[in-house]
Design a binder for this molecule. Structure first.
Ligand code: ASN
Length: 330
């Protein structure tokens, strides 16, 4: 029995066109509709009954909370229908990992949800989009993908949305999980899984964005030599309810940043210590006394994913103890 897969188009390079086949740098992204992309891959219909719908038509640099909330609502609505077995979302690669992790926390279904993008426009020689999309549909249509959380499929591999990140500005093997490795491979239309996501996601998640029209403001500040807290202070003045510090090494910080963040925390703003380093755990109460300063550590989440978890956490609490629990669980 063929599965019913809905492909939701949001834009990106996977829907991009250039003026020549040799052109991979200068192109217009998000120009082709999802239905025209599906038409280019007749083989896709061998693996599933596929229908397309367009949710947005943007470069993923322009992704917004508003589109995220619409996307989450539509994914949840579609997956509640018995006739829908899984969802594929086409997305620009620049913020794909963020949308994937956001959905991983708010989708209320075990059914497969797969995000897919491309590093080259459709018109390029060796365009990666069509095969990526074909693979994403085979992944979403496979029973082994049920209950694995929101997945990301590019370059014949699949990754957990919690761990995957864009590691290269241009190469086709850009999407990797530097800490923990791929979840598996997709070859010959078959997904091969080698491990499971260990953290809470989708139907086991406590986060619910139904009825929400906006998300709390959380900003990221970056650690570097001789950095000062002025950017964090400006963010708080502009209404930030949380600050993620993309710290040095193990989430470390200068005296100046530490004093600034301690003051900001005293105003009720939640501080999460993460790292600008691409892999590893940020240790609680290591060199920084998190218990004393009421800081939260990001575990292995990148700053951009720590920000998403913090935004969702802030919908229900600003207690750093409770938020730290969430960072250990998701
Ligand atoms: N490869 C891509 O999709 C990059 C593009 N700027 C986007 O994120 O929409």
């Amino acid at each position: 029995m063929k599965k019913n897969i809905v492909i939701i188009g949001t834009g990106g390079t996977i829907a991009g066109k250039a003026s020549s086949a040799a052109e991979t740098l200068h192109y217009t992204s998000a120009i082709l509709s999802i239905n025209s992309l599906i038409q280019e891959i007749p083989e896709i219909h061998r693996t599933a009954h596929v229908t397309g719908e367009q949710l947005s038509q943007i470069d993923s640099c322009d992704m917004t909370y508003d589109i995220w909330l619409q996307l989450a609502a539509r994914v949840n609505e579609l997956l509640a229908f018995n006739e829908v077995d899984g969802i594929v979302i086409t997305h620009g690669t620049d913020t794909l990992e963020e949308t994937a992790y956001f959905l991983n926390l708010v989708v209320q279904s075990q059914k497969p949800v797969v995000l897919v993008g491309a590093m080259r426009p459709v018109t390029a020689m060796s365009a990666d989009g069509p095969m990526n999309l074909y693979n994403a549909v085979t992944l979403a249509a496979n029973d082994k993908s049920i209950g694995k959380g929101v997945l990301v499929a590019l370059n014949d591999t699949m990754n957990c949305s919690r761990e995957v990140t864009k590691t290269n500005t241009m190469l086709q093997d850009s999407f990797q999980a530097p800490d923990l490795g791929y979840l598996g491979y997709i070859q010959g239309g078959i997904p091969y899984f080698y491990r499971l996501p260990a953290r809470r996601h989708t139907i086991c998640s406590e986060f619910d964005c139904r009825g929400i029209t906006d998300l709390p403001k959380v900003e990221i500040i970056y650690g570097y030599v001789d950095s000062s807290p002025i950017i964090a202070e400006a963010a708080v003045k502009a209404g930030a309810k949380g600050i993620v510090y993309a710290g040095l090494g193990n989430g470390n910080m200068s005296h100046s940043i530490r004093e600034g963040l301690i003051n900001i925390e005293k105003q009720g703003v939640v501080i999460v210590r993460s790292t600008r380093v691409s892999s590893g755990i940020v240790t609680r109460n290591g060199a920084i006394h998190d218990d004393e300063y009421h800081f939260v550590v990001s575990d292995t989440l990148s700053p951009q994913k720590a920000r998403i978890l913090l935004m969702l956490a802030l919908l229900t609490t600003n207690d750093p103890v409770e938020i730290q629990r969430m960072f250990w669980e998701y």
